[in-house]
Design a protein around this ligand. Structure first.
Ligand code: SF4
Length: 64
């Protein structure tokens, strides 16, 4: 699955990093940094949890 993040929407809550640390990090200001824009099939659950837990809907699975 392909991922995008909208840093302008991110409020720095860090939920995505807790859910899927292989794919999301935060910069010095706490804003999301996408580590990989293509998620492996076996990471789908973690990535979907990150999308679900993001309070500002800043993460999108492309094509969904
Ligand atoms: S969960 Fe959403 S708001 Fe929180 S750091 Fe990640 S992208 Fe930003």
């Amino acid at each position: 699955m392909k991922l995008t993040v909208d840093a302008g929407k991110c409020c720095g809550s860090g939920q995505c990093v807790l859910a899927a640390p292989d794919y999301f990090d935060q910069d010095d200001d706490g804003i999301v940094v996408l580590l990989a824009d293509e998620a492996a099939d076996d990471a789908a659950g973690d990535v979907e949890e990150a999308v679900f837990s993001c309070p500002t809907a800043a993460i999108e699975i492309v094509g969904r």
